[in-house]
Design a protein around this ligand. Structure first.
Ligand SMILES: [Zn+2]
Length: 65
C-alpha cells in the first residue's frame, strides 16, 4: 500500500512600492527577491521602487472577508 503525499503548490508574490508612496504593484516572486531590495524606478515620479513585502498564497485557503 502506497501513500500518496499531496504536494501543495504555494504561489509566492512580491509586493513592490515606490519610496514616495504613490505607486504599488505586485508580481510573482522572482529568484533573488528580498525585502527592501531596489527593483526599479517609479513610473509616476521616477523614485526608487523597493520590495516592501513577500507573501505566499496557499491554494484552498482563501480568506473571505
Ligand atoms: Zn513614485
Amino acid at each position: 500500500m502506497s501513500s500518496n503525499q499531496q504536494q501543495q503548490t504555494v504561489t509566492v508574490y512580491t509586493v513592490i512600492k515606490c519610496v514616495n508612496g504613490d505607486y504599488e504593484t505586485e508580481r510573482p516572486f522572482q529568484d533573488g527577491d528580498f525585502v527592501l531590495k531596489i527593483v526599479g524606478t517609479c513610473p509616476k515620479d521616477g523614485g526608487n521602487l523597493y520590495i516592501s513585502g513577500i507573501y505566499a498564497v496557499v491554494p484552498g485557503e482563501k480568506e473571505s472577508s
